[in-house]
Design a protein around this ligand. Structure first.
Ligand code: AKG
Ligand code: FE2
Length: 315
């Protein structure tokens, strides 16, 4: 099995890290200056139920324009991570064709009332890359945790696999069928960590201080700089591509179901049938995963069953 994540030590130099931070400062100044036309460049996002977890500052307007070389290097890093991992994300397309879906600075303030980023996947994103911006000792907690399947409702492992070097040292030794997990606590400033976007992940609570990471999501959909969209939504087309790359990932089928039919009775009969098939495949791939089961169930209960039945009778 390919590694869950790849760590690139010293991916950005100290000078480049400072360059990102000064871009961030000018992006913030712009947002303040044009407060009335903020266009959602700063949002407080939360993952899963609960309150706010962190602030997201979108940098797609700034990075390409003010630091094109840095932007190019981030792409090279992503391609290097891909090669090291053997994920082969641009299989069937032009090599090196990855585009940035979003470029963001994430800021987590430590404290008891802040909700952590819960287990989630990044949808149709092919690769998510975070680069550590905070200096060592400036925060506590905040490890990036990854697992290859399972839904986050399972028990925590007694021990995490610490992956020190590029690649996953312990992947090969794990018994087949067990949930692989990794925890990356010690990212030095400028270190990057990359994983396939659908690999379930979370950031552990930041207990003290402030944690800042530059996050870039790569895919083959529209580039955020040219589209102007801070983060384009999932589409069936991009989710299909991810399914093609990792046909065994149940969560991708579940998201595909949601993307094909956001709300039964779906846009047309074909979408209803395809969404039903995707939800069923999600369950077949992970029969013990309550997320897969409940997604299928709520699709059926909310009118999906009827929409699919009508579709198959050609109504
Ligand atoms: O903060 C991190 O390390 C992960 C953030 C994340 O998962 C996301 O932005 O989708
Ligand atoms: Fe994420």
């Amino acid at each position: 099995a390919p590694p869950l994540a790849v760590r690139l030590s010293g991916a950005l130099s100290e000078e480049q890290r400072q360059q990102v931070l000064s871009l961030v400062a000018s992006a913030r100044a712009d947002v303040e200056a044009f407060a009335l036309r903020g266009e959602g460049l700063v949002v407080n996002r939360s993952f899963g139920p609960g309150g706010t977890s962190h602030e997201t500052l979108f940098l797609h307007r700034h990075l390409e324009r003010r630091a094109p070389a840095l932007r190019r290097q981030l792409l090279d890093l992503a391609l290097g991570a891909e090669r090291a991992a053997g994920w082969n994300l641009t299989r069937g397309v032009r090599e090196g064709a990855l585009r940035a879906r979003c470029i963001e600075l994430l800021t987590y303030q430590g404290g008891r009332h802040v909700n952590p980023v819960r287990w989630h996947g990044d949808g149709a994103t092919l690769m998510t890359m975070v680069v550590m911006m905070s200096p060592p000792g400036s925060f506590e907690g905040g490890a990036v945790e990854l697992r290859d399947y399972g839904n986050g409702l399972q028990e925590e492992p007694a021990e995490w696999d610490e992956v020190i070097r590029v690649g996953c040292s312990s992947c090969a030794t794990r018994p087949a069928g067990s949930v692989r997990q990794e925890r990356h606590l010690e990212l030095a400033p400028g270190d990057a960590l990359a994983w396939r976007g659908w690999t379930l992940h979370r950031a552990a609570p930041v207990l003290k201080g402030q944690r800042q990471v530059l996050a870039i999501e790569w895919w083959l959909g529209p580039d955020c700089t040219s589209s102007g969209l801070p983060r384009a939504p999932d589409t069936p087309k991009e989710l299909h591509r991810a399914v093609y790359l990792d046909p065994g990932a149940s969560q991708l089928r579940r998201w595909l179901g949601g993307s094909l039919c956001e709300q039964p009775p779906c846009v047309d009969a074909r979408s209803a049938l395809r969404a039903l098939a995707a939800y069923q495949e999600a369950v077949a791939l992970a029969p013990g995963d309550p997320m897969a089961t409940s997604a299928l169930q709520s699709f059926l209960e909310n009118g999906g069953a009827q929409a699919a039945a009508e579709a198959s009778f050609g109504k």
